[in-house]
Design a protein around this ligand. Sequence first.
Ligand SMILES: [Fe+2]
Length: 303
Amino acid sequence: MTAPRPETPVSVSKLGYVEFQTHDLDRLADYYTRVLDFVEVDRTADEVYLTPSFDHHAVVLRRGEHKPRTSVGYEIFEDLADAERRLGDAGYAVERRSDIAPGMPDVLVLAEPMTGTDIHLFDQQPRSGVGPDDSTLRPTKLGHVASFTPELAPMQDFYQSLLGFKWSDTIGDFFVFLRCNSDHHAANFMASKSFSGMHHIAYEMRDLNHLQTMLDHLAHEDYRLEWGPGRHGAGHNIFTYHKDPDGNTIELFTQLDIIHDEAKGYFEPRPWHTDFPQYPKTWEVDLVAVNSWGPINPALIEH
Ligand SMILES: [Fe+2]
């Protein structure tokens, strides 16, 4: 049975924020501010709002049982009421809420299929007041969030048919990469019968020097890498992975593929590419797809 779909997809244009539940709010907030150099922009008794950049928040921490990725917020580039009408006409339960976060009076909430994660759609966040030159350490932005899904196809269809994402790449038959702007992926999903929840969340660094600066800072703070540096095939980002104090996997990356020509699907050519021109494709499961520089951490590709 084909899932219902709106007459035209919603125009998601940007990954805005990801919410985490944590049993130790202060410890995780301390990691974000002291280790990753995010700015705490707002706090209540049970919530902390954090940002690396212009937007009010990219990370929300909420007191509760440990659960990463309880909600994901996406900015849309269209009228919120029209998006609400089209999703409603297609039969989706969409709630319009005014109490989601400080300065966000109008947010659509709908459920992601199979995972139950809340998807938030909003017009624009208020500015954080954080400027681009405030720090040489802080990541530039929230890049993507990767999750497990019981099935790949219905999840991919939800993101493409409802939320207007485009297909960028797939590895084997189990890992899909989807984009909502020119960045190669903002959402990626790994099919699994064994695992559920978030796979990792990724923050962008400006370049290799910026990444190195952060890695030396992590070392000073006794955070050690679990994988990387390496270069992924799909997306071609240079990656590193470590764990936050809750055990969530954190990727710091740079040089993610940019897709300039949306109509033709061209990637901006780079010397480390192997296809010229390069189009979205299904990759064979091998070193080239996973880490062209060599080592593999089996725990991070298990599914
Ligand atoms: Fe990633």
